[in-house]
Design a protein around this ligand. Structure first.
Ligand code: GAL
Length: 376
């Protein structure tokens, strides 16, 4: 009897460890890791994640960036639909934000100044008088540590970075994590986690550009966009919020039902003129199935964006001017990519009535953004 019990125990333990071994090696099989370059003496890696459908996402530890998303159109033809570069050289000499994690403060802080508990902090400015996307040395431009978690059953890469106190002018040592999961439903799930040891501000996002025709092929003016927002955040000529939250009803900013990006983009409407197109945060409704949806009638590709954040920055690629040449040397022409950057409103540290972007020691900031791809 004893022998039978012992034998069964050995079989059970054996199969458990075999299973966990299979699982741990599974993520390693689904995620290929290669050297991509070296930056300031630190190795940079490229990760190729292949899901059950054979669809491929590529990430790099430089800026924790998404650099390739290959998904099928309605006839099954696969193409990369995000901006990026084939080589590390191209990446460091190219646009700093394509696919990057942006921090510590995505979008602008007016005059590079904010005050916390009576202390004024000054950041380097890099966009006229203002600080954009965490300043010139933001999280898009550092090498993150990367790990392929053993227990994941779909392709997953976890990037971590220790941002020192006063880095780029921001107070507090901050530990940040951005975990990317590429699910078998063709969703990129990004889980962010941040902790600080001093009161500070935080607005983290991902800056991927999308063109559902295929990146580098043509503009995105025919993409049909829906944004579940009744209000948006008007800006001044420096793209700093004026403080107003304006209803979208009756304006070219009403995307509560699907509208082509190009349909109203050149209208003589104050905010379109100031932004050179759409470059605004939309105030997300609390009860929503998704934040935003993009449909390309030509390829049939659909992108849905889901998040738990109070806003999404809809940017119609107005600063693109063909000087940025990405994968395959293709020029990214004016308005050939759009961004849907989930997060807080720009310049919130200077607008006490906006949702707070303050992070205190002892608190853990967590947030999730999903980019879901399908066809229709
Ligand atoms: C966007 C921002 C634009 C522009 C772009 C980077 O997030 O809204 O104004 O700065 O990043 O080129």
């Amino acid at each position: 009897m004893k022998r039978i019990v012992l034998f069964s125990l050995i079989v059970i333990i054996g199969s458990i460890s075999l299973n966990s071994c299979r699982q741990s090696s599974k993520n390693k099989e689904m995620v290929k890791k290669e050297n991509f370059g070296v930056f300031k003496g630190k190795d940079v890696f490229l990760f190729t994640l292949t899901n059950k459908n054979g669809n491929v996402v590529k990430l790099t530890s430089f800026g924790a960036r998404i650099t390739w998303i290959e998904v099928p159109d309605r006839s099954g033809r696969k193409e990369n639909i995000t901006f990026g570069y084939d080589t590390f050289e191209g990446m460091i000499n190219g646009d700093p934000y394509f696919g990057s994690v942006v921090g510590r403060y995505a979008n602008r802080i007016a005059k590079g100044k904010f005050t916390l508990d009576g202390t004024e902090y000054t950041l380097p400015v890099n966009d006229g008088d203002n600080t954009l996307h965490g300043g010139p040395e933001g999280w898009h431009s550092v090498v993150w540590d990367a790990e392929i978690p053993e227990n994941a059953d779909v392709p997953t890469v976890r990037f971590t970075y220790q941002s020192p106190d006063m880095e780029a002018g921001f107070p507090g040592n901050m530990n940040v994590e951005a975990t990317y999961t590429w699910t078998d439903n063709n969703e990129i799930v990004i889980d962010y986690k941040c902790v600080t040891d001093k009161k500070t501000v935080l607005n983290i996002t991902n800056h991927a550009y999308f063109n559902l025709h295929g990146a580098g092929n043509r503009d995105i003016l025919d993409h049909e966009v829906t944004i579940n927002a009744d209000r948006f955040v008007p800006v001044d000529s420096g793209l700093i919020p004026t403080g107003e939250l304006r209803p979208v009803a009756g304006t070219p900013f009403d995307f509560t039902s699907p509208r082509n990006v190009g349909e109203r983009i050149n209208e003589d409407y104050d905010q379109l003129v100031i932004g050179g197109g759409y470059d605004h945060t939309f105030v997300l409704d609390s009860d929503r199935e998704y934040d935003a949806r993009v449909f390309d009638p030509v390829s049939g590709r659909v992108l849905e964006v889901l998040s738990d954040q109070p806003g999404v920055q809809f940017y119609s690629g107005n600063f693109l001017d063909s000087s940025q040449k990405g994968h395959g040397g293709k020029p990214y022409i004016h308005r050939s990519g759009l961004c849907l950057e989930t997060g807080h409103y720009p310049d919130s540290p200077n607008h006490p009535d906006f949702p707070s972007t303050t992070l205190n020691p002892g608190e853990t900031f967590t947030s999730q953004t999903v980019y879901r791809f399908s066809v229709e």
